[in-house]
Design a binder for this molecule. Sequence first.
Ligand SMILES: Nc1ncnc2c1ncn2[C@@H]1O[C@H](COP(=O)(O)OP(=O)(O)O)[C@@H](O)[C@H]1O
Ligand SMILES: [Mg+2]
Length: 247
Amino acid sequence: MSDEGAIDTRGMVKTYGTGDSAVRALRGVDLSARFGEMVALVGPSGCGKTTFISILAGLLSRDGGSLRLAGVDPDTLDNRERTLWRRENVGFIFQQFNLVPQISVVENVAIPLLLRGMRRTEAIERSMALLERVGLKGRERNRPTALSGGQQQRVAIARSLVHGPRILVCDEPTSALDGATGQRVMELVREQGCRPDRLVVLVTHDERIFHFADRIVHMDDGLVTRVADAKSEVAALRAAVAAERPA
Ligand SMILES: Nc1ncnc2c1ncn2[C@@H]1O[C@H](COP(=O)(O)OP(=O)(O)O)[C@@H](O)[C@H]1O
Ligand SMILES: [Mg+2]
């Protein structure tokens, strides 16, 4: 792990709407993370997880608090600079797969490479290789709509990894996948996303993938309430399951 801070945020606040209908989605989030690690964000529905990672991904602006991502505060960049910075540094997998229906699976995966000016043949070749890794060999020329939900999710995952982003944010990346496929996809995310100069922030309810993370960050009602070492958290979960089972 590198000493350079990947994420450093203090007192991050975000409110949607105003007046009586205002929703305080983030009420002062503090979090630090290093390159080389994977942090899993967990917490009840509505506690602010998606809001938080959308701000990390540069898709949403915060209302207050400090933020540095790899030393950069995205809010100090103008729109054009922020778009370029995001394209270069950030990958995201969201709950909606956001695949482009009019083009093939492999072209969808190649989008981040083509946007960065890579030659088409090279971009397609690299995308083909990654599709094979997520178990979609043979489906490259299909339209995304011809694929199942789980297959579309894997296309979205391949697209988010193809350009080797330094910061990868994932919102429930295994929600549409069966257990075995989820494990395989997480192995790939871990391998590609957790190199010494990269970071993965993962939102998940799926306890079966907690062991891929280094730390578990618990959120509740717009705040980080606890940060735990993933190994001890997984051990505690297993002990709790074992205790419930009749001897
Ligand atoms: N675009 C929006 N407009 C208004 N309220 C929103 C919007 N997005 C999220 N919220 C509200 O902000 C809170 C946090 O939402 P979210 O970040 O999606 O939580 P989580 O991902 O943990 O379920 C919730 O109360 C949610 O209803
Ligand atoms: Mg969410």
